[in-house]
Design a protein around this ligand. Structure first.
Ligand code: HEM
Length: 554
């Protein structure tokens, strides 16, 4: 080995291969004699275009960047495995849920939402928590966040939400998700965001590290068993290390000192063999519960309280291997909510339905064509057989002469030719035959209309210290908003959630009088007929930290 500090030969010694396996080649496999000096006409002459070695090297470098994700651009991926601890054949026919002890390889990517690829880890922001399960029946992607609810109910609003949260288009700042006029303008005009606002103003948006975060699938999905019977389900990740956050002052310091704090923490933990774990929990309920529940289970701005439907733990995720290559794995991984296996199905949640379109669409561009499932990180680890072919970078075209169906190869005069794969009604994915009806409309059901009760419920369930942090966060964020009418509109919403909180924030941001409550844009839920579920919530089960869960009465 060359002495690392001996540069007396201009560093040439460091370029010598150690053995035949280390001889550098071009991408075409040609051995390279010198990749440090461009071929030139004499040692001081112009460089020659002829130099295919230099041109290939520069050409490839010029094309290294791909578009960053339009959201969740900054992320960190880790390999692991999921082990099923409790089979649930009564709910789902999915292989991953049917054999206790079965281990399925996984890839998990944690992310922030609003910042670009180079933004700091401790921005106040929602964290993405996306896991790809490479199951024996294909990939299942659980593409969730560390917060169980979302800002909006309908995917058509997503571009507006993200435009408002990202830097303003004229000035290109601020980077932070929350602290600016555009974001709070949009939010203050979107009452449905109020529950999420309380969650993002809580300490959950400044987690101690990825290892101390919960995760949620957010939407209501369906589980479908072998008899075709369906239940609704919400997915939860519960961290073995518990839930921990930093405080705002720490977040600011950490961001300045080490913007890679979260990714470094994950890398170091796994490198040291200190593998983080999460339990996978499910809340399962049926149509009957869904109909009686005081909120719409298809509304992604609402939770199903764990007091009403306890979380059942069914398995454990262990993250135990860092990536070999950040770009190949973390950057090129493509999660999508539409990647589900037989035994799991979508619901009519209008946010979920929009996501099912959006991810595949964006990945077509981000990953350069329709063949990104050929990339090792995205490729299923089970047999893949279909007639899809060609396109940019096709690596696994169908073999043989048959690439269509129906076909009669494999029989008659063509008996000696492989007819290729056939769909199987028995093993294949069957959509749950939910009954649907109704006129085509552009309006939401009134069951999506109560925007404040759960926001209030979340706020009052917090400890006094946590409530103070939420008040301080709102005061800090709104004090950065320059337009006074936006500040007032936000306080007008807070008054529907908690008058004390509204007053504290109003004082903190220099409002001399409390603004009026923002009028309800839609019919409040309290007009709906009372249900048993509603009365449970009204009475406030003791288990909820001893506090009443008061439903909002307008
Ligand atoms: C990316 C979660 C809503 C569009 C992501 C990622 C997560 C996530 C975790 C990062 C995946 C990764 O690590 O690669 C969520 C959750 C939502 C939500 C939990 C609401 C419950 C939406 C909606 C849309 C959307 C409504 C669009 C209509 C996207 C897009 C990406 C993305 C385009 C980038 C995907 C890529 O480039 O691979 N989302 N999201 N998301 N999300 Fe969402």
């Amino acid at each position: 080995m060359a002495d690392l500090f001996d540069l007396s030969d201009g560093g040439a010694n460091h370029q010598k291969p150690q053995d035949d396996d280390h001889v550098m080649t071009t991408a075409q496999g040609h051995p390279v004699a010198d990749d440090q000096n461009w071929l030139s006409a004499g040692p001081r002459g112009p460089q020659l275009l002829e130099d295919q070695i230099a041109r290939e090297k520069i050409f490839h470098f010029d094309h290294e960047r791909i578009p960053e994700r339009v959201v969740h651009a900054r992320g960190y991926g880790v390999h692991g495995h999921f082990e099923l601890k409790k089979a649930i054949p009564q709910y789902s026919r999915a292989a991953i849920f049917n054999q206790e002890g079965v281990k399925v390889p996984t890839f998990t990517r944690f992310s922030t939402v609003a910042g670009n690829k180079g933004s700091p880890d401790l921005a106040r922001d929602v964290r993405g928590f996306a896991t790809k399960f490479y199951t024996s029946e294909g990939n299942w992607d659980l593409v969730g966040n560390n917060i169980p609810v979302f800002f909006i109910q309908d995917a058509i609003k997503f571009p507006d939400l993200i435009h408002a949260a990202k830097p303003a288009p004229d000035r290109g700042f601020p980077q932070a998700q929350t602290a600016h006029d555009n974001f709070w303008d949009f939010i203050s005009l979107s009452p449905e965001a109020m529950n999420m606002v309380m969650w993002i103003m809580s300490d959950r948006t400044i987690p101690r590290s990825f290892r101390f975060m919960e995760g949620f699938g957010v939407h209501t999905f369906r589980l479908v068993n072998a008899e075709g019977k369906a239940h609704f389900v919400k997915f939860h990740w519960k961290p073995a290390l518990g839930l921990q956050s930093v405080v705002w002052n720490e977040a600011l310091k950490v961001n300045g000192m080490d913007p890679d704090f979260h990714r470094r923490d994950m890398w170091d933990a796994i490198d040291a063999g200190d593998y983080p774990q999460w339990d996978l929990g499910i809340q399962v309920f049926d149509e009957e519960f869904a109909e009686k529940f005081e909120f719409d289970v298809l509304d992604a701005t609402k939770i199903i309280p764990e007091e009403q439907v306890p979380v059942e733990i069914i398995g454990t995720l262990t993250l135990d291997a860092n990536v070999d290559n950040f770009f190949a794995e973390t950057e090129q991984v493509a999660f999508c909510t539409q990647n589900i296996v037989p035994g799991i199905d979508h619901s009519d949640d209008p946010l979920l339905q929009g996501r099912n379109f959006s991810y595949l669409d964006t990945q077509l561009k981000r990953l350069g064509g329709p063949n990104f499932t050929h990339l090792p990180i995205n490729a299923p680890k089970c047999p893949v057989r279909h007639f899809q072919q060609d396109g940019h970078m096709a690596m696994h075209n169908p073999k043989g002469r048959v690439n269509y169906e129906p076909n009669s190869w494999g029989s008659g005069d063509g008996a000696d030719v492989d007819p290729g794969p056939r769909a199987s009604a028995e093993r294949g994915f069957q959509s749950y035959p939910a009954e649907i009806s109704g006129a085509k409309v552009r309006e939401r059901s009134p069951t999506f209309a109560d925007h404040y009760s759960q926001a209030r419920q979340f706020y009052i369930s917090q400890t006094p210290v946590e409530q103070t942090h939420m008040g301080n966060a709102l005061t800090f964020e709104l004090s950065k908003v320059q337009r006074m009418d936006i500040r007032k509109r936000m306080v007008g919403h807070l008054r529907h959630i908690d008058e004390g909180l509204a007053q504290d924030v109003a004082d903190g941001i220099g409002l001399t009088e409390l603004p009026d409550k923002v009028p309800f844009a839609r019919k409040p839920i309290t007009d709906l007929p009372e249900s048993p579920a509603l009365s449970i919530l009204k009475n406030g089960p003791d288990s909820f930290k001893g506090r009443k869960l008061g439903i909002y009465i307008a």
